[in-house]
Design a binder for this molecule. Sequence first.
Ligand SMILES: NC(=O)c1ccc[n+]([C@@H]2O[C@H](COP(=O)([O-])OP(=O)(O)OC[C@H]3O[C@@H](n4cnc5c(N)ncnc54)[C@H](OP(=O)(O)O)[C@@H]3O)[C@@H](O)[C@H]2O)c1
Length: 274
Amino acid sequence: MAAVPNVTLNDGVEIPQLGFGTFQIPADDTQRAVEEALAIGYRHIDTAAIYGNEEGVGRALAASGLKRDEYFVTTKLWNNQHLGDQAVIGINASLEKLALDHLDLYLIHWPAVVKYGDAYIQAWDALQGFQFDGLTRSIGVSNFNIEHLNKLTGTVPSINQIELHPTLTQPGLTAELARRGIVAEAWSPLGRGEDLTNPELVSIAAEIGKTPAQIVIRWHIQIGNVVIPKSVTPSRIAENFDVFDFELTPEQVAAITALNKDYRTGADPATADF
Ligand SMILES: NC(=O)c1ccc[n+]([C@@H]2O[C@H](COP(=O)([O-])OP(=O)(O)OC[C@H]3O[C@@H](n4cnc5c(N)ncnc54)[C@H](OP(=O)(O)O)[C@@H]3O)[C@@H](O)[C@H]2O)c1
């Protein structure tokens, strides 16, 4: 099986383009799921403080025997920790739970403007300090719209992790990220599974002899997204990784991109009230 390509971020850090998502994996099942993923070959794990499963991720990494520079870990600062010492408390708690001395990527999870106003601007200052201090190799944001990005000062985020899948392609935001040199990372890249019964995808999958999930992950890869599908199911964890032995034609890529209907499975960053 071909290797997962790396994407080089604007700070020179390399991130494996395909990673393993862990949202909604229960704490007591996380070590098993992440161990499955590592055994299959995933070397990039996405978690967050709010997922409550960083300890399981850390246990799986420790049990893997992999060296620290052989895997890439992302976690995220939760919304109620944007201000003052809270961000420091947040990153230290994540490092402790993951049993790591540094992260590869630390993200502000949401701008959270409805509940916390402009506090995320101060959180961004804190993240720049964490990168300077070596607590994380790269820093980025998640769920930021252009108006939120515009208020940040200093370092340009390396990544914006946003909801992206065939029925939500966010063309305006992704074009602006590309213009600014910010990599788009797709959360809910399979539309939480909902996109996978789309007849166009089913038909392309049948033509190629792959599954709809593999077609969607391959589409993300070919359009340059970093992509982090989640599954607790061993066969699917393997299936989602087996996307490097075929290529979509430009016409197939365009047909999948044309499935956009601005359909969000999750919250809209402009109105999220948590
Ligand atoms: N930054 C943010 O605000 C944010 C928000 C949401 C998610 N995320 C990140 O993005 C990751 C992925 O997003 P997500 O978990 O919401 O959704 P997703 O990866 O789009 O979809 C996961 C769902 O699809 C199913 N699935 C996975 N592979 C499949 C396959 N090959 N065939 C059929 N069904 C399949 C899974 O079922 P089973 O698990 O039952 O197999 C699960 O129900 C998260 O885990 C998290 O790391 C970030």
